[in-house]
Design a protein around this ligand. Structure first.
Ligand code: UDP
Ligand code: MG
Length: 194
C-alpha cells in the first residue's frame, strides 16, 4: 500500500469546509473525512463508550481528547484502502496536533493545509441559518456558537499560525459564493496536481 496523503482543511465553524470538501471529492477524487462527522457518528452508536463525553464536548464547543479523534481518523483511512484524504476540521488544538504528530504522522504524509478564511460574524450567521433550516446539530445555536468561536480563536488559530510558519498553508477567501470559492480552491488543486 502506498503511504496515505492528507490535506488538513481548517477554518472557523461555518466557513464552508464541508461544502467545499464535497466539491473537491467530486473533481479530484479525494476521500472526505470530517472529524466532526466521525465524532457525531461515534456518538450515535448504541452503547458507544464515548457517546456521552463526545456530546458534552460538542455542545460546549470544546475539543474532544485527541486519542478518540485520531483513532477514528486512522481507522477511517485504513478501512477505505484509498490514498488521498481531506481531513476536515482537524487538527484544531495543540493537543490535536501533538497527538497526530506522535502517532498517525509516522504512517501518513501531510501534503498541505487548506485554510478557509472568513470573518467570524459571517460564519456565525451561516451556522445560525443552518440551524434554523434544520441542520439538527446540537451546536448550531447562538450559545454553542459563541463557545465554538472562542475555541477557534484560542486553540485553532495558533495551529494555523504554526503551519503558516512552516509555509504549508494555502489560504482561500471563503466569503464569496460557493461557486466562486470553489474556483479558487480548484486553482490550488490544479496547480499541485494531486
Ligand atoms: N470536534 C472535536 N475535534 C475535532 C473535530 C470536531 O472535538 O477534531 C468537535 C468540537 O466540539 C467541534 C464540533 O466537534 O466544535 C463540531 O465540529 P465540526 O468540524 O463538525 O464543525 P464545523 O467547524 O464544521 O462547523
Ligand atoms: Mg463541518
Amino acid at each position: 500500500m502506498p503511504t496515505p496523503k492528507v490535506v488538513f482543511v481548517l477554518g472557523p465553524p461555518g466557513a464552508g469546509k464541508g461544502t467545499q470538501c464535497k466539491n473537491i471529492v467530486e473533481k479530484y477524487g479525494y476521500v472526505h473525512l470530517s472529524a466532526g462527522d466521525l465524532l457525531r457518528e461515534e456518538r450515535a452508536k448504541p452503547g458507544s463508550q464515548y457517546g456521552e463525553l463526545i456530546e458534552n464536548y460538542i455542545r460546549e464547543g470544546k475539543i474532544v481528547p485527541v486519542e478518540i479523534t485520531c483513532s477514528l481518523l486512522e481507522k477511517a483511512i485504513e478501512d477505505s484502502g484509498k490514498e488521498k484524504f481531506l481531513i476536515d476540521g482537524f487538527p484544531r488544538s495543540k493537543n490535536n496536533l501533538d497527538g497526530w504528530n506522535n502517532t498517525a504522522a509516522k504512517r501518513i504524509n501531510l501534503s498541505f493545509v487548506l485554510y478557509f478564511d472568513c470573518p467570524l460574524e459571517t460564519c456565525t450567521e451561516r451556522c445560525l441559518a443552518r440551524g434554523a433550516a434544520g441542520s439538527g446539530r446540537s451546536d448550531d445555536n447562538l450559545e454553542s456558537l459563541q463557545k465554538r468561536v472562542k475555541t477557534f480563536l484560542s486553540e485553532t488559530e495558533p495551529i494555523i499560525q504554526h503551519y503558516k510558519a512552516m509555509d504549508m498553508v494555502k489560504t482561500v477567501d471563503a466569503t464569496k459564493t460557493e461557486n466562486e470559492v470553489f474556483e479558487e480552491v480548484a486553482k490550488i488543486f490544479d496547480e499541485i496536481k494531486v
